[in-house]
Write a protein that binds this ligand. Structure first.
Ligand SMILES: C[S@@+](CC[C@H](N)C(=O)[O-])C[C@H]1O[C@@H](n2cnc3c(N)ncnc32)[C@H](O)[C@@H]1O
Length: 426
């Protein structure tokens, strides 16, 4: 027996169904998945229920990516890969700042999150995607921007427009599993760079952990390029390669862009990067009074060596992205802590230190230690009345525990997660 292929919601829904979904949005959001299906069965023809239930569920999860999630047309895979709203808006505002012609072709538009932001910023956008269902969703999502955007089904490898500028966000799940590998993306890294070369300027979005190794730099040879790592509220979001005229005056520089969802202006740091700085010895690390946690974008961009030299700081240990020194930094994108005390990471010595400061339960951030923050917090907890913040870091002489007091607010959430910088970045 042949099975009818499952069709996506946008192919099935008519205006009446869309209206029903919007009308019941609040109620549907308050229900569990089974109850939601039962509720939809009462208002929709049977064959529409599964797709409608999926769309209702995806809309509830789309707030970080679409300005009007309750009206967005979504597929599960498309939503997973769509650019976060703040990041898409930041990209669009950079495009506006870079000026020139504002005709942009988004060659792999997916559900259209980037294309929407570009159109809303006043660019003339051609949005295309090779997948018919995804493109159908994008066309509907762009419907409010008809003066600025058209959606056309097409293969990025044979672009259907003459727009001078291109945006490319290759599919990282083309093979079904998420991948960072250059040749498992669709289009591949090499193909994306060729498409960028043929444009006056381009922006290629890549996974934040994408490694720009010798092979990738070879592919980029002679093309002006500004690699830019973006974080949102301290979480690393993407690496974007701005090429050709869009490298702007950043050709050859590495950039970190740090965004906050509260709406403050993004912080941008651009430097040559990859500068080596001698770390403190263990004993020297133990004498420092300020510990500095750079934002994940600065670390990934390989900018903490530059930062350390500018702020008169040094890493607490070899290849460790905690910086320490004597002067609280005023730089953006870093979180500073006062070092109240420190001890080698021997539980007895740490508990003695905590007893001296009347500290009991602790919250641990860590770099270069194989155990989790939770395990370390249990291992080192003292008996005092106060709650303490500890940083556990690998130093030149083993591991050291720093007792901390916050000096500046920061977004850096990566310390607890065991995120390690590329070893060459310090
Ligand atoms: C990561 S998603 C794009 C997400 C989009 N930037 C957004 O924010 O919604 C990648 C898209 O590339 C499309 N794609 C893959 N290969 C393509 C090709 N050769 N031509 C056009 N689109 C392609 C996939 O169908 C997928 O929708």
């Amino acid at each position: 027996m042949t099975q009818t292929p499952r069709r996506n919601a946008h192919e099935l829904f008519d205006e009446r169904v869309e209206q029903a979904l919007v009308e019941h949005a609040k109620e549907l959001a308050s229900l569990g998945s089974l109850a939601r299906v039962e509720r939809l069965k009462r208002v929709l023809p049977r064959e529409l229920v599964a797709a409608a239930a999926e769309l209702a569920e995806l809309r509830m999860r789309a707030g970080r990516k679409f300005a009007r999630p309750e009206r967005a047309w979504l597929t599960r895979k498309g939503l997973e890969q769509a650019t976060a709203l703040s990041v898409a808006r930041d990209r669009a505002s950079q495009v506006r700042e870079l000026g020139g012609s504002l005709e942009v072709h988004d060659l792999t538009c997916g559900l259209g999150a980037d294309a929407l932001a570009l159109a809303a910023a006043g660019c003339s956008v051609v949005a295309s995607d090779v997948d018919a269902v995804t493109l159908g969703c994008a066309a509907r999502n762009l419907a409010d921007h008809v003066e600025h955007a058209i959606a056309v089904r097409g293969d990025a490898l044979a672009p259907c427009s003459r727009a001078a500028f291109r945006v490319l966000d290759p599919d990282r799940r083309a093979s079904g599993e998420r991948s960072r590998a250059a040749d498992r993306m669709a289009p591949t890294f090499e193909q994306a760079i060729e498409l960028a070369r043929a444009a006056r300027g381009a922006c290629i979005k890549l996974a934040p952990g994408f490694e720009l190794g010798p092979r990738e730099w070879d592919t980029l040879a002679d093309l002006p390029v500004r690699p830019s790592w973006t974080s949102l509220d301290g979480e690393l979001m993407e690496l974007a390669l701005w090429t050709g005229a869009w490298a702007g005056d950043g050709d050859g520089l590495r950039e970190a862009r740090m965004l906050v969802s509260k709406g403050e202006a993004p912080v941008r740091v651009r430097r040559g990067g990859m500068r080596a700085v001698t770390p403190w010895t263990d004993e020297e690390a133990g004498r420092q009074t300020v510990l500095v946690e750079p934002d994940a974008a600065l670390i990934r961009a390989g900018l903490i060596g530059d930062l350390a030299l500018e702020l008169d700081l040094r890493p607490v240990g070899p290849d460790i992205a905690y910086l320490a020194g004597a002067t609280p930094p005023t730089a953006a994108g870093v979180r500073a802590w006062r070092i109240v005390d420190s001890a080698p990471a021997d539980p007895r010595r740490v508990r003695e230190m905590l007893a001296h400061h009347d500290v009991g339960a602790v919250h641990v951030r860590k770099r270069g230690h194989p155990d989790t923050g939770e395990v370390l917090a249990r291992r080192f907890a003292g008996r005092g009345k106060k709650r303490g913040h500890l940083a556990v870091a690998r130093t030149a002489g083993g591991h050291r525990v720093f007792l901390l007091e916050a000096m500046t607010e920061g977004n850096s959430v990566v310390g607890d997660e065991g995120f390690e910088p590329p070893t060459s970045s310090v």
